[in-house]
Design a protein around this ligand. Sequence first.
Ligand code: ADP
Ligand code: ADP
Length: 229
Amino acid sequence: GAAVNFDDVRFGYGPDREVLKGLSFTAEAGQKTAIVGPSGAGKSTIARLILRFYDPTGGAVRIGAADIRSVTQESLRASLGVVPQDTVLFNDTIGYNIGYPKPDATQDEIERAGQLAQIHAFIEGLPKGYETLVGERGLKLSGGEKQRVAIARTVIKNPPILLLDEATSALDSETEAGILASLNEVASGRTCIVIAHRLSTVVDADKIIVIEDGRLVESGNHRDLLREN
Ligand code: ADP
Ligand code: ADP
């Protein structure tokens, strides 16, 4: 993986409404960094800057040593695996949805991705397995199953950087815990950025960054944060 660095980043959606107010942090290469903070703090905005929906109005976002503005769109796309809060699946087979980022993916690769995302047993249990249509009558994927498909989809891509933007925030806490546990294997060796609403879901992160009102208020591992409070 490569480190993702925010260096004194400023950004606002309008001229008089700065959302990120000089934000600096580094998600170290190969580590799991969690970004937590209350609603409206600017967490999704951070994700949008990493995806380059927008460029900062001040400071810089870097991937490795490179300013993100100098990274080609193609290279950025290859570097990032994103799991959003609400995964929208194609009206196609589950296998197609998992293999989508890699059109030449073999059935073996698709099944291995399903295994890593811990949804393989569920899919194999369906009468048509990976050939089951997502919109098929009678098949309704739960929120957790959809997110596991989304995780399998990022595995296929084998990206150096994984970005989870509130990927489990809408799920019940038991499902959330299961998915985050299965993520550890998927995330291993990658730079993993987990944006979360609740600190309790990311206590195992190497570093937790607490954002409030567009500023970093605390950072450290869970034990460090407890010590300060
Ligand atoms: P979080 O993800 O922490 O809830 P966001 O990054 O979504 O926070 O939002 C930070 C602030 O920016 C909020 O005040 C929000 O209303 C505002 N905001 C987010 N998206 C837009 C947008 N597209 N246009 C204008 N304001 C926005
Ligand atoms: P999420 O965290 O799921 O992205 P947000 O509340 O940040 O949810 O944004 C949902 C959508 O609404 C986004 O497309 C964002 O651009 C837009 N949005 C959010 N806040 C505002 C705002 N204050 N003004 C205009 N658009 C906004």
